[in-house]
Design a protein around this ligand. Structure first.
Ligand SMILES: Nc1ncnc2c1ncn2[C@@H]1O[C@H](COP(=O)(O)OP(=O)(O)OP(=O)(O)O)[C@@H](O)[C@H]1O
Length: 259
């Protein structure tokens, strides 16, 4: 009997930052954005990053995504892993249908047409948009557009998802539904998620661990595991208690620096 062993997805999603520093510009115009950030994210872990405005959260995600290079330190991903990145704006191609948008990464990977069609259908099913494949982005709500963006990111078939305020522009009800969706997909696919948010309740609702960055230049000043059983409700007393603690720490930090 032959057996095929496939590496579990959870074995490939680790992210490790070692003393990562980022300075934009030079000389008198130098802007230190990150200062000595070390962080180990375990495969399958959901980590939320919070911190004052401008403390370097997006910079950190961009560095992990490989869109920019650190000025110092090192970022380790497992070999061949290219993280998927999602922003507050879904950044869809307006001239393409929903199917066409989700198909883009599959085309870039050279998947044959029939395989692309099956994969797009599966991904749209995953984000509950099976009946909307022929629509164009302008025909969808904001929440639906973010679902398309999520399906397109999942089409990269990456174990590491980097999310920069992905639900920041959505109303509370839509955000709540998308939290449930993301949690389900994260569990099913054993994804490693690094999620930036200003919303401490959202962090407490989603994270295994919350990391607090100092005001610029960003350093990790505090972190806490979120030991609240899943599924969670954003309005549960346990989530509210964690959010209140994060808010207190954030207030203290912002108060210290005035930003
Ligand atoms: N390309 C760049 N050139 C110069 N400075 C930059 C550049 N990108 C970011 N910065 C600066 O680096 C600092 C960190 O920016 P970053 O966008 O990472 O912060 P953030 O925590 O994501 O902010 P916010 O919470 O407001 O989205 C800010 O002071 C910003 O102005």
């Amino acid at each position: 009997m032959t057996s095929t062993t496939t590496t579990p997805r959870s074995a490939t999603g680790s992210v490790a930052l070692h003393g990562v520093t980022k300075v934009y510009g030079r000389g008198a115009n130098a802007v230190p954005a990150l200062d000595g950030v070390s962080l180990d994210v375990a495969p399958g872990e959901f980590v939320c990053l919070v911190g004052a405005s401008g403390c370097g959260k997006s910079t950190l995600l961009n560095l992990v995504a490989g869109l920019d290079r650190p000025s110092g330190g090192r970022i380790d991903l497992e070999e061949g892993v290219e993280p998927g990145l999602m922003f507050q704006e879904p950044a869809l191609f307006p001239w393409l249908t929903v199917e066409g948008n989700v198909e883009v990464p599959l085309k870039l990977r050279g998947l044959p047409r029939a395989a692309r069609r099956d994969r797009v259908a599966e991904l749209l099913g995953t984000v509950h948009l099976a009946d909307f494949g022929r629509k164009r982005p302008h025909e969808l709500s904001g929440g639906m557009r973010q679902r398309v963006a999520l399906a397109r990111t999942l089409a990269l078939d990456t174990p590491v998802l980097l999310m920069d305020e992905p639900f920041g522009a959505l109303d509370a009800m839509t955000r709540d539904i998308l939290h449930d969706e993301l949690e389900r997909i994260w569990t099913q696919r054993q994804l490693t998620v690094l999620f930036v948010t200003h919303n401490v309740r959202e962090a407490a609702r989603l994270a295994d661990r919350i990391i607090l960055l100092s005001s610029r230049p960003g350093r990790i000043i505090w972190s806490t595991p979120v030991d609240v059983p899943r599924p969670r409700r954003i309005d549960s007393p346990e989530v509210a208690a964690i959010a209140a603690e994060v808010t207190d720490r954030l207030r203290t930090e912002v108060g210290r620096h005035g930003r």
